[in-house]
Structures are given as C-alpha cells and as structure tokens.
Design a protein around this ligand. Structure first.
Ligand SMILES: [Zn+2]
Length: 238
C-alpha cells in the first residue's frame, strides 16, 4: 500500500500522536476545492473539480493547514476500550475488568463489565458484547414504537456506519450504528423512533416529523442537538 503523501499529526498527552492521512479526490460534481475532515474515518478528504490541477489542491491544503489542525484539535481523545476503562452504556457507568480465567465470557455485574479470556481479545469482545446488548435494547424499542404506529418491521441490524445513525429500507429492514452504544438513552430512543417513523413515511416530510414527535413523545430538538454536538465523541471510542 502506498503511504499517504500528506498527513496531519496531532499530539496527545505524552508520546501519543494521532495521524490523519489526507485523501485527494477529483470529481465531476466538485465546484471548488473543498477540505473535509472525516472524523469518523480519521482521514482528511480534499476534493477538487476536474479542471483544477492536483498541485493546486495541494497548495490550497497547504494554505489551510492551520485551519485543519485547529479542526483536529477539537476531536476528543480516543477512548480505548481496555481493562480498567470506564464507559457509559444506556446512562449507566461501568468499569471494564478483565478476569482472565473466568468461564462466562462477557457480562454486566453491578458497576462492572467483566471480561474473561486473554487481554489481547478484550477490546473486540467488549465491542461485540455492547453491540449485542444494544441490539437487544433497540429491538425492544423498535417493537414499542412500531406498535404505536401499527406497522410491521423487517430485520434489525447493527452496523459500523460512518455517515448515518440509523436507516430504514423500503422492505422495513432497520439498521443502526453500533456507536449509539455510547450515546445516552434518550438519544438512542430518538434514533429508533425516527427510523420506525420511516415505516410510515419513507421521507422527511412534515407528516413524517409529526409521526416522530407523536411516538417519541418528547422534545426532538434535544437528541438532535446532542448528536450534532457529540458525533465526534461517539466516534472517539476505539
Ligand atoms: Zn430519516
């Protein structure tokens, strides 16, 4: 694999640094050179119109260096899911604790998430556990809201999407970002209500929003604002 020609490095405490490679792309639709830090994917995208030379796009990026660095500084430090780390799942805080010789796998107990087995697999196992626990919770909420609108739904799945928190297909299948595992419960509920409302209206019309407000039964501005403010936070878990 060719190393990236350009990258941004931001310093974290001590020896820790994070590298954000730059991806250049030339597109028919682009009307000007545009720099977009895609925090979820940890890359910086630079798109430019076909009639612009790549060297010009590079020069543009050079000129905007400080601006990009400033954007990257806003990103919260990554929260590494490891032994001893604390995470909040559906409004309750847990400490992750590794018990290498336990036989049970991964489980909640009081304020802990206990994980058996080797430390090197802990990260993957905790993530899988959170995904399956989140899926259980989301499934109960889907049933609840779907009953309110009187609609059937298809399969429910969790994905690692970088662009959407949830989606609803025309066949009624619903999918959600597993990163909602780190969001407060009122936000998870909102996303579920939003996607279930799409079972009634597969658009974002006035009618659609009325369905969302009706079934969510709370102020929808709060969870929407929370998501805008905390998107990078949800993507900071590694
Ligand atoms: Zn929608």
């Amino acid at each position: 694999m060719k190393p990236y020609e350009y990258s941004f490095v931001i310093k974290r405490g001590g020896e820790n640094v994070e590298v954000f490679p730059v991806e250049f792309s030339c597109s028919l639709r682009a009307k000007s050179i545009k720099i977009t830090p895609v925090l979820a994917k940890k890359v910086i995208k630079v798109s430019y119109p076909i009639y612009v030379l790549r060297s010009k796009a590079v020069a543009f990026l050079e000129a905007q260096k400080d601006w990009v660095a400033k954007q990257l500084q806003k990103i919260p430090e990554p929260v590494v899911i490891k032994d001893g780390a604390k995470i909040t799942f559906l409004d309750k805080e847990y400490k992750i604790s590794n018990i290498p010789n336990a036989r049970r796998g991964v489980w909640f107990e009081d304020d802990y998430i206990f994980v058996s087995g080797d430390k090197e697999f802990l990260n993957r196992r905790v993530k899988d556990f959170l995904k399956s626990e989140l899926k259980k919770y989301i499934s109960t909420r889907v049933r609840y809201y779907a009953k309110k609108v009187g609609k059937d739904f298809g399969k429910i799945s969790l994905k690692d999407t970088s662009s959407r928190w949830g989606s609803c297909a025309s066949n009624g299948n619903l999918s959600f970002s597993w990163r909602l595992a780190f969001a407060p419960q009122f936000v998870v509920d909102y996303i579920v209500a939003h996607e279930v409302a799409h079972l009634v209206e597969l658009n974002h019309s006035y009618k659609f929003w009325n369905v969302v407000r009706d079934i969510y039964a709370k102020d929808i501005d709060e969870p929407q604002k929370w998501l805008v403010r905390n998107a990078t936070f949800l993507y900071s878990f590694d």
